[in-house]
Design a protein around this ligand. Structure first.
Ligand code: 7RM
Length: 665
């Protein structure tokens, strides 16, 4: 697209995919004491990895235990279908459990688990190993064999992690469906994976009440004839129907199993799991991850980015149903013999300080969570956090969306006590592990920037023609070289894999995100390119405008979308959630204040045409704003598919709010 913009009075021809509006001057070098003790503190690692990426990744692979070493690090002859550590044999559960117990670490705590009602369990590595062996044997009794797909639909209880590991141990690829998803989502995934078994629970706790899961499975199975068996964990004790001969209680089947099990010898390229992403349209995509490369990427990034030490208490406050939970609650922390906290419920139950209470009680030293959670805590106010002793924290991480500078600063100040490095980690279900992130002992951070691609990762930003854009400009984020934990294909649809990820630019993986690099080469993520708005010929990212809105002291959260407009093509429509302490007397007037704030903060062209105040926003369970639904609301269309919405009541709330608020214009 050709676009005439005036900068400093000089008309200039621009072809940018997205325009850059904001600027950030604050910077935070790694604290000297942190850098000194960090797992990675020599910046030379970037050059070393770049000079010979395969040697670099092979070096990382040496940290896993292989039954048989690989013959070849990378086979890229059949690009974009990669094979890593070709010929290598290993078992992931063996790497996560047996080898630590054999090394004398059996008594180390693997998980401090806490249920939402306040019940707790402490599970050591040797206890976890025994439980995983029993479940592996139970699956065998239920006729699950190597290669069979297992669908998992559970709350955040230890049995969920145990089930993943048992599947990995016997070589049965798992596919986890978020506990919050509907029966439709479960059915679609069972059918695509052609699974014969579902592992679920009677229910789980959310916001103080038991919420049933098993009935959703029953409903899903009505349209999923491949299912022969259902294994059910008793969590809430609520009454659920059980079908004789098909449904089995976990305690009955697992309870009678022996505590020993020989792990299956898996090929490095054997399927480890499928994880479905909804995609913007059409049927869900089964992202396929294999064994060796995935584990190499997961364990290296976990050690390097989170600076994991033997005495850390690490908490990734995600759901295992999200890729973040797969990689950074289950596989990587266990492979690195980390002690983790795992929490079942919602952040604000029973009180808004639940998280900070958990951090104080378990002396959490590393916290990894999503910007949406950080903003929700900001909305409640920092007094809930500062009332607790958070002094054990030494590192903070963020994932899932661009973290706006205001939220970054809040996180750094009130949670990190201004002493903890903040790592903003960019990655995707497809990438398997973190791709762009600071190394906390090396990188000077800037609030809102994911900084640089990790060692061994070749990220770039290109224009519509696939040419690298210079620093200071925005474009499409791409990865130019294969990496160990990359997705291998879309399950059952290799053509769609090639077309979706490798079809837009030749020999490059296109992530679907917009990004820019500033004058110093720092990466700034700008959201999905599908969400870019075209206002009077200006291509604007949602991210910068949302950040400008959130930088207002009374705004907790904002989402902007394009609304069809006869004059400008699209007009900016902003949905705004105010902080609890904000009570504007005149909403229309305050909307105008916010519109002017954006104009002043970044640019008059980014000024929203309309601001609507809303109590909530439609989000996925990983906290991503579903802008597609908001676009439909803004343009008065029907809402469309809401299967992956965390809370379906939200859409009604927003529609009610939209009826009660008149146009600001
Ligand atoms: C880990 C995860 C992937 C999409 C990705 C981005 C967005 C994730 C960041 C981010 C800006 C970040 N996997 N995203 N992390 N955007 N900064 N640090 O979220 O498959 O569920 O989503 O999430 O758009 O493409 S995911």
């Amino acid at each position: 697209m050709v676009d005439q913009v005036e900068r400093a009075g000089q008309p200039e021809e621009r072809h940018d995919a997205i325009e850059v509006l904001s600027h950030e001057d604050r910077r935070f070098p790694p604290p000297a004491a942190f850098a000194e003790q960090a797992n990675v503190n020599d910046p030379a690692v970037y050059e070393r990895a770049k000079a010979d990426p395969e040697a670099f990744w092979a070096e990382q692979a040496e940290n896993l235990t292989w039954f048989k070493k690989w013959d070849q690090v990378l086979d890229w002859d059949n690009a974009p279908f990669a094979k890593w550590f070709v010929g290598g044999k290993l078992n992931i559960a063996h790497n996560c459990l047996d080898r630590h117990v054999e090394a004398g670490k059996g008594n180390k705590v693997a998980f401090y688990w806490e249920g939402e009602p306040g019940d707790t369990r402490t599970i050591t590595y040797s206890e976890l190993l025994k439980e995983v062996c029993k479940v592996s044997n139970a699956l065998k009794e239920l006729d699950v064999v190597k290669g069979d797909r297992v669908v998992i639909y559970m709350p955040m209880i230890p049995e969920l992690a145990v089930t993943l590991l048992a599947c990995a141990r016997i070589g049965a690829p798992h596919t986890v469906v978020f506990g919050g998803f509907s029966a439709d989502a479960v059915r679609d995934r069972i059918n695509d994976a052609q699974a014969e078994i579902v592992i679920t629970a009677d229910g789980g706790y959310r916001r103080g009440a038991p919420s049933a899961l098993k009935p959703h499975v029953d409903e899903a199975i009505e349209g999923a004839p491949s299912i022969e068996k259902v294994l059910v964990v008793k969590r809430t004790g609520q009454d659920v129907p059980m079908t004789e001969g098909r449904d089995f209680w976990w305690d009955d089947v697992v309870g009678r199993q022996p505590e020993q099990h020989e792990p299956e010898e898996m090929d490095s390229e054997d399927l480890l799991y499928l994880l479905y992403t909804s995609g913007t349209t059409g049927k869900p995509k089964g992202i396929a991850h294999t064994t060796g490369g995935y584990m190499v990427g997961a364990t290296y990034t976990h050690r390097a980015v989170f600076d994991i030490k033997d005495d850390d208490v690490y908490w990734c406050a995600a759901d295992i149903g999200w890729v973040t939970g797969h990689t950074y609650i289950c596989y990587a922390p266990l492979a690195n013999c980390t002690t983790s906290v795992m929490y079942e419920g919602t952040p604000f139950y029973p009180e808004p300080d639940r998280w900070w209470d958990i951090i104080e009680r378990y002396k959490v030293s590393i916290l990894y969570c999503a910007p949406t959670a950080i903003r929700a805590h900001m909305k409640e106010g920092h007094q809930h956090a500062t009332g607790h002793d958070l002094s054990a924290l030494r590192l903070l991480g963020s994932v899932g969306e661009p973290i706006n500078p205001e939220a970054w600063m809040w996180y750094h100040r009130y949670i990190g006590g201004e002493r903890c490095p903040v790592v903003d980690t960019w990655w995707q279900t497809e990438t398997g592990s973190i791709m762009i992130s600071p190394l906390p002992g090396v990188t000077t951070t800037k609030p809102g920037s994911a900084t640089f691609a990790l060692p061994g990762i070749d990220a770039d930003i290109v224009d519509d023609d696939g040419k690298s854009v210079p620093n200071g400009r925005a474009g499409y984020l791409v990865i130019r070289q294969p990496w160990p934990s990359m997705l291998r294909t879309l399950y059952g649809d290799p053509e769609r894999y090639e077309e979706t990820y490798w079809g837009k630019f030749e020999n490059m993986y296109f992530a679907g995100d917009g990004a820019m690099r500033d004058e110093e080469g720092y990466f700034w993520l700008l959201g999905r390119v599908d969400d870019v708005m075209n206002v009077s010929g200006h291509r604007l990212s949602t991210t910068e405008i949302e950040s400008a809105l959130v930088s207002h002291d009374l705004v907790a959260e904002a989402a902007v979308v394009g609304q069809p407009d006869p004059l400008t093509g699209e007009a900016i429509f902003a949905f705004v959630i105010l902080k609890n302490r904000a009570h504007p007397e005149d909403q229309a007037e305050f909307g105008k204040v916010l519109r002017d704030h954006v104009a002043k903060k970044i640019s008059p062209i980014a000024k929203p045409k309309r601001v609507m105040f809303t109590p909530d926003l439609p989000k996925t369970r990983s906290g991503k704003i579903m802008r597609r639904l908001l676009r439909n609301i803004a343009s008065g269309q029907t809402i469309g598919d809401t299967t992956t919405l965390a809370d379906s009541g939200v859409v009604d709330l927003i529609q009610e709010a939209s009826l009660s608020q008149s146009d600001d214009e």
